[in-house]
Design a binder for this molecule. Structure first.
Ligand SMILES: Cc1cc2nc3c(=O)[nH]c(=O)nc-3n(C[C@H](O)[C@H](O)[C@H](O)COP(=O)(O)OP(=O)(O)OC[C@H]3O[C@@H](n4cnc5c(N)ncnc54)[C@H](O)[C@@H]3O)c2cc1C
Length: 409
């Protein structure tokens, strides 16, 4: 196949930002020629599914976001390759294997990668990650020969992975140097509920714990020392967090910090280059980490690249997860966790919710076990429902309810 080397728009990174950008671009002009460079070994897919399907397993194209025909119909040439260098003067982009392409506008949607575990003697291959589908496939391939797993980190990816491994009948230990699970998404009382639920299912949870050393021993087992303890595990899974893939932008002298710096129109320091999704660092310093936030940025970047000026606003997208028999929902916790809010805590049986109001507007919600109404909760915080509308639209028979004003630093 010979590929034309000139494109109206090139997108680097084949995930949700790219797909939504393509949708926007083609709504404006379906003849726009787009090149999508995807660094993974398959069609762009729904990343959020991979660690939630360890029990079920999956095939290569199970979670694909669009078919091959969709790319053709949308005038998109999709290549599996790595973008290696941007030449801003020539407005061209080099790839590892397919040569150089020119663009009119470029979108960097390169996302994030797992941070490297740094222990002496521990190579990249010695531990598992759950960032890409191929990472989870590697775990799935080995899993039947392994019984005990150590998960490092208790953010949502670590907790969801632990839930799946427990359901698979494995022995799971979670070590976290922080004091509680999902602390960036949940208040302490919800983390405590989660700890109880995990313990009930047999997870060995060790907060405030640092690992001193990890050594590979016979048969691909690992001896881990922490505090005064020493334990052997069949497998180690790192869920210690991510870092943004900013190297391409850095090398092209675009402004970067932790992410690629963008203005409110998702434009980088080069007006012909945009960035969106997890890799973008917004003007207030925020970097989003959620699927729907990336989708929204793709939509906005696509419009702006087509000269339809549209401002990006940080929105309170929610995270929801079903783990250890609990349904957990969190929207805007990071923001409402600092500042002054009226906080209403409500409970009915095992349903629990905490609503953060300011000036009679819903600013944030944490909820547990009200799964069927999750959409309405998302709407409430997106549309900033008044207290009255919230209580009328999402009533509960309140067995315990208390409200207080709180200010956090
Ligand atoms: C296991 C897991 C579970 C998750 N669950 C949830 C959830 O339940 N809910 C939720 O809201 N969010 C969840 N997230 C987060 C969500 O998946 C991300 O916010 C979203 O995928 C970000 O999309 P993105 O378009 O920014 O890029 P990403 O999905 O990060 O993809 C970026 C792509 O760019 C590629 N790339 C990077 N550099 C290059 C290059 N130089 N050349 C070519 N390609 C390159 C990468 O290989 C990757 O394929 C989860 C994340 C993970 C890892």
């Amino acid at each position: 196949m010979t590929i034309d080397k000139r494109y109206d728009i090139i997108i680097v990174g084949g995930s949700i930002t790219a797909i939504e950008a393509i949708n926007s671009i083609h709504e404006i002009n379906p003849h726009t020629k787009i090149l999508l460079i995807s660094g993974e070994d398959r069609l762009p897919y729904k990343r959020t599914m991979i660690n939630k399907n360890i029990v079920r397993g999956f095939d290569k194209d199970d979670f694909k976001l669009a078919t091959n025909e969709w790319y053709q119909q949308n005038n998109v040439t999709l290549i599996i390759d790595r973008a290696t260098k941007i030449d801003r003067k020539q407005k061209s982009l080099e790839t590892a294997t397919n040569g150089t392409y020119t663009y009119n506008k470029l979108l960097l949607a390169t996302g994030v990668r797992s941070k490297t575990l740094k222990y002496n003697n521990l190579a990249h291959n010695d531990y598992y990650r759950v960032q890409n589908a191929s990472d989870v496939e590697k775990l799935l391939k080995d899993i039947k020969h392994k019984q005990s797993f150590l998960i490092i980190g208790s953010g949502v990816e670590g907790i969801e992975t632990a839930d799946q491994l427990i359901r698979k009948g494995k022995n799971v230990t979670i070590i976290d140097r922080n004091n509680r699970p999902m602390r960036k998404l949940l208040p302490e009382e919800y983390s405590n509920e989660l700890i109880s639920a995990m313990k009930n299912k047999g997870v060995h949870y060790l907060p405030n714990t640092s690992i001193n050393s990890v050594n590979r021993i016979r048969n691909q087992q690992y001896e881990v020392t922490f505090g005064d303890s020493k334990q052997v595990f069949d497998g180690i899974i790192s869920c210690i967090g991510t870092q943004a893939n900013i190297e391409l932008a850095q090398e092209a002298n675009l402004k970067t910090n932790k992410g690629i710096l963008v203005n409110n129109f998702l434009q980088t320091s080069d007006p012909d280059i945009y960035a969106g999704g997890d890799v973008a660092e917004h003007s207030n310093g925020t970097m989003t980490t959620l699927w729907h936030a990336a989708a929204y940025q793709g939509e906005i970047a696509g419009l702006n690249m087509m000269s339809i000026s549209r401002e990006h606003k940080i929105k309170p997208f929610r995270l929801k997860t079903d783990v250890f028999g609990l349904f957990l929902f969190s929207a805007n916790f990071e923001n409402v966790n600092s500042g002054q809010y009226e906080i209403s805590c409500q409970q009915q049986g095992n349903l629990k919710r905490t609503i953060y109001y300011k000036n009679d507007e819903t600013n944030g919600i944490i909820m547990m076990n009200d799964k069927n109404r999750a959409k309405e909760y998302q709407q409430a915080v997106m549309e900033k429902w008044s207290k009255e509308k919230f209580n009328n639209s999402l009533p509960i028979q309140q067995s315990v309810i208390f409200s207080f004003a709180a200010s956090f630093k």
